[in-house]
Design a protein around this ligand. Structure first.
Ligand code: HEM
Length: 500
């Protein structure tokens, strides 16, 4: 018996020694013999993905990546097989070329790996085929048919501001903006709100759960095999442990309703995004199964609120820190009002397009602090890819972080890190637009950009016209975590309503 247990422990010791030797070999290989060995970056990052994953988990991936580029230059090895690129040719060669997406994107298969949607499809041709069916629903002309319904939701948001202004109470604008963005998304997608803006509070802990899921997914995408076994496993989703919540229940109820409406000859005109998509599914059953439409809707609901909330927060935060910009934007609106524009209770999208300075401020605030903190990752094609004289072998993951490019002095000039909306009127601005990539670039660009722009312009114009806003503590800096989306918080404000 003794010799039997001695035999087992000796085998275990040998197994441990072998595992250790393999790990050392792998580390040495990645560090010194990999084709990327000469690309600079933190030593630990060249050996293990854990270093990058740690910064994603901490929520500071975007600032970490920016600091690394300042230290190491255009190319930084942020993981054994991933190089972050800040070379000015990078956006065109990586994002505007039709390259396969990095494996991380598979994490968007939600609720589990059986569900395929456009962000989780890595192959560019396959993705483009499906995007062609989904995209028409997001044309501005379609979305704007729902503008009166958006106004009803935004009216609830501004009603909340009015109540806080009247009571002189501090307001957590970040939360109210997220509620409104969720409900505008509900209106656009299903022609019904989720009910957050009316309630003025989180329902079913959606925001908190969503942010935990955002953190989990941002990390889990880099550990796909484990994720597939655990959270993205149909056996787990069937238990219902991870699904559910008010938004999911409302989403599926609205979907069933859209499917029923599809067979209803008396269905009203002005179809919602989901009406368009269920019809596209019926017309193209070989490409788009009902489950594919569901997968696309789930991801779209998830992508539509914190992004918009972050962008509007960025606008307000930067504008109140730069009161001359706020005053100039208000002057612009007043002069348009004198000519009969911008008079609706919530400024119409059409009227907001007569405000070039406001547009410049919106673009500048998203340039300074955009909602997407992750590097947008693509894979070097057969034959590899050369950028600025550096060759990357086939299969290397090359990522571009929008925040790095948007504040690069090489791309934007010496004042790249400073607030300056006037840069958007400079003669050479068109040559810089390829470095403004808050919505991504190329074939994978954000499909929700039109909806986001409608919300951003309407809310920004109405806020500047009707309110004065200041932080409760003017010295306070907002806080934020950046996982898949950056979510600022902890900067309560006082609002004052203007007599307009
Ligand atoms: C200011 C607001 C927004 C910003 C800055 C933003 C930004 C982005 C970015 C950077 C991407 C990834 C591009 C890439 O992987 O290369 C993306 C993808 C996506 N966005 Fe947005 N987004 C915003 C609002 C919205 C809204 C309102 C919706 C929905 C109505 C939406 C839906 C999506 C979807 C579904 C994807 C995945 C697209 C795909 O790969 O097929 N986004 N967005």
């Amino acid at each position: 018996m003794e010799s039997y247990s001695y035999g087992i422990s000796s085998w275990l010791a040998r197994l441990a020694a072998l595992t250790f030797a393999l790990a050392v070999y792998l580390a040495l290989h990645r560090r010194f013999w990999s084709p990327l060995a000469l690309v600079p970056g933190p030593r630990l990052a060249s050996i293990t993905r854990l270093c990058h994953a740690y910064h994603i988990f901490k929520g500071d991936n975007s600032t970490w990546t920016r600091a690394l580029h300042k230290q190491y230059g255009h190319f930084v090895r942020i993981a054994p097989n991933e190089v972050s690129v800040s070379h000015p040719d990078g956006p065109a060669l990586i994002l505007q070329a039709s390259l396969r997406k990095g494996n991380w994107y598979r994490v968007f298969s939600l609720p589990d790996y059986r569900y395929v949607n456009t962000p989780s499809i890595l192959d560019p041709k396959e993705r483009a085929q499906r995007t062609r069916l989904f995209a028409p629903a997001f044309l501005s002309s379609n979305l704007l048919q729902a503008e009166p319904r958006f106004d009803a939701v935004l009216g609830q948001l501004f009603g909340r501001l009015d109540a806080h202004a009247a009571a002189g109470r501090p307001l957590h604008l970040d939360r109210q903006l997220s509620f409104a963005a969720l409900d505008v998304a509900g209106e656009a997608l299903f022609a019904r709100p989720f009910g957050f803006a009316a309630a003025g509070r989180d329902l079913d802990g959606h925001l908190a759960k969503g942010r935990a899921a955002n953190c989990y997914a941002a990390v889990a995408g880099h550990f796909w095999t484990l994720h597939r076994l655990l959270a993205a496993n149909p056996l787990i989703t069937r238990t219902g442990l991870l699904a559910g919540g008010h938004v999911m229940r409302s989403t599926f109820a609205a979907l069933r309703c859209a499917e029923a409406k599809a067979t209803d000859a008396d269905a009203p005109s002005s179809p919602s995004v989901v009406d368009h998509w269920t019809k596209a599914g019926r017309d193209n059953p070989e490409v788009l199964r009902p489950v594919d439409v569901e997968a696309q809707i789930i991801i779209t609901v998830g992508a539509a609120s914190d992004t918009v909330s972050c962008a509007i927060q960025s606008f307000v935060y930067h504008m109140i820190a730069n009161p001359t910009s706020w005053a100039r934007a208000r002057e612009e609106i007043e002069s348009q009002r004198a000519q009969g524009f911008c008079k609706d209770p919530v400024v119409s999208y059409q009227d907001s397009q007569t405000l070039p300075y406001l547009r410049a401020c919106l673009h500048e605030s998203i340039r300074m602090f955009g909602p997407s903190p992750m590097g947008l990752a693509r894979v070097a094609p057969a034959g590899g890819l050369s950028i600025g004289g550096q060759h990357f072998p086939e299969g290397t993951t090359l990522s571009i972080n929008p925040n790095v490019m948007q504040q690069s002095k090489e791309c934007w000039g010496e004042d790249a890190e400073e607030w300056n909306p006037d840069r958007w009127f400079a003669e050479d601005i068109s040559s810089k637009l390829k470095y403004w990539m808050a919505f991504g670039l190329g074939g994978n660009k954000c499909p929700g950009e039109n909806l986001a722009r409608i919300e951003l312009f309407k809310v920004a114009a109405t806020l500047v016209r009707d309110y004065s806003i200041r932080q409760v503590d003017p010295e306070n800096k907002w806080q934020w975590e950046g996982y898949i989306t950056r979510v600022p918080h902890s900067w309560p404000v006082y609002v004052e309503k203007r007599g307009v």
